[in-house]
Design a protein around this ligand. Structure first.
Ligand code: SF4
Length: 453
């Protein structure tokens, strides 16, 4: 396989991205060359997402796009991995002859062997689809070829999910929740910090479920305390928490450990009790309100992100107005809204009183319009405040030549901070102390007040 060039396209969530990084590193160890474009590749590998219809459509479109390179004789093989084969392996194989191999999520550690079989022409229709029970859980022994900038890396603390939200297919795709031991996570965190990571972003399907499946039931709070002891790290960020998992212990660790960003991503999905019950979400509206109030009380400068679903079966205009009133009242710093996508094989798919696609999208747009106003107002209150900014690189703005993020901004999903002043240009990964001088709906504009020499 020496010198075989491989181009990897990764779709979906950061957890899937980490799987792509592990596969890239294992292929590199096996002698392959990971290349940045399909035009240079002998092998094209697409790591797919399949959790809702738009994600599946994107995956299928990408398969057809990459298959064009194969038809043009530019590449020899096309491999499709991840959640789409995990969900539809056999059906896909029948419909997509241009794909040489479909691999489920448990094949991540075996990617080099699968490629060797392909390259040696030993593959056949019989072993064109390899999908087994989703049991794989990476550990610190699995190498990663980081695809994020070196100063910021995702850290997978667990895989799978044992919650049973009625609309969600993920437990079937990724398996039941399985946590990595704390020592193993610390080993990888130290390695990522040694490789230049200043920010580590903790991900799992439900980070607050961390450790429940391990002996002694170590908690996310305990893990965070341990990670906060790593001096070379500057920022630790947590994504994908569950409202019922916001324990006092967790909130206090976030409040008392400077390295842990005062940032919480808490997907709540809805606030109407009937809808929450139909979604089979744990915790009712009272618990959700109480958890968010406690979080804001314990962590003063908390930046709060959530995700909501519009148009869930049974969502009457009155129930939707309850949701929009909740958004107006709670004033989240960051908000993502998804029209409900009925997923085959989920209990919610069979619920009565399904809502039209048009209504789902209208409600999503109404919520996002409301959030734009709220986000603008919140950002205005930050003008004059001091913020630590992680520099990401040059910007296209002549007035603010550098771009970065402050602690209240996660990569790819939140706004950015544009930076002027100081001894420009700063290297990516630098942390500079800034004063916010202006703001718009989603982005902040800052002036450097002090920076590393
Ligand atoms: S918490 Fe619910 S929505 Fe999230 S992955 Fe688990 S089952 Fe799906």
């Amino acid at each position: 396989m020496r010198e075989t060039s491989v181009h990897i396209v990764s779709l979906g969530c950061p957890k899937n991205l980490i799987d792509s990084e592990v596969m890239a590193a294992l292929l590199e160890q096996a002698g392959c060359r990971i290349v940045s474009g399909p035009e240079e590749a002998d092998i094209l590998l697409l790591n797919t997402c399949a959790f809702i219809l738009p994600a599946r459509e994107e995956s299928i479109d990408e398969i057809f796009r990459l298959a064009e390179w194969k038809k043009a004789g530019k590449c020899r093989h096309l491999i499709v991995t991840g959640c789409l084969p995990q969900r539809y392996g056999a059906e896909l194989a029948a419909e997509l002859p241009e794909v040489d191999l479909f691999l489920g999520i448990s094949e991540v550690p075996n990617i080099a062997d699968h490629l060797r079989v392909l390259m040696e022409g030993k593959h056949s229709e019989k072993n064109r689809v390899i999908v087994t029970n989703p049991l794989f859980l990476m550990d610190a022994g699995h190498p990663r070829l980081l695809s994020t900038p070196p100063y910021s890396a995702y850290l997978k603390i667990a895989e799978g999910c044992s919650n049973r939200c009625s609309y969600c297919i993920i437990p079937r795709l990724r398996g039941k929740a399985r946590s990595r031991p704390i020592e193993d996570i610390l080993r990888e965190a130290e390695d990522l910090a040694d490789r230049g990571a200043r920010e580590l972003i903790l991900v799992a399907q439900d980070t607050t479920a961390y450790g429940r499946d391990l002996e002694g039931k170590p908690t996310l709070a305990l893990l965070l305390r341990e990670l906060a002891g790593l001096n070379t790290l500057a920022w630790i960020r947590i994504l994908y928490t569950y409202p019922t998992g916001l324990t006092d212990e967790l909130l206090n660790v976030i409040a008392n450990q400077d390295r842990i960003c005062s940032y919480l991503d808490v997907p709540i999905q809805h606030i109407d009790d009937d809808i929450l019950a139909a979604m089979k979400r744990r915790g009712d509206s009272h618990l959700i309100r109480n958890s968010l109030e406690r979080a804001r009380a314990v962590i003063p400068d908390l930046a709060l992100r959530t995700s909501l679903i519009t148009g869930f079966p049974g969502e009457t205009p009155a129930k939707f107005h309850r949701l929009i009133a909740f958004v107006q009242e709670t004033r989240f710093d960051h908000l993502g809204v998804f029209p409900y996508s009925p997923e085959e094989g989920t209990p919610a798919e069979k619920l009565p009183r399904q809502v039209s696609q048009r209504t789902k999208e209208t409600r999503r747009n109404l919520l996002m319009e409301e959030q734009a106003v709220i986000s603008h107002e919140i950002n205005q209150t930050l003008v004059g405040s001091l913020q630590e900014v992680l520099i990401e690189g040059p910007s296209s703005s002549p007035d603010y030549p550098m771009i970065g993020r402050c602690r209240r901004q996660a990569p790819d999903i939140d706004g950015l901070t544009y930076v002027k002043g100081g001894k420009q240009p700063f290297l990516p990964g630098y942390l500079v102390q800034c004063r916010i001088v202006a703001a718009d709906d989603y982005d902040l504009f800052a002036e450097v007040i002090s920076s590393p020499d």
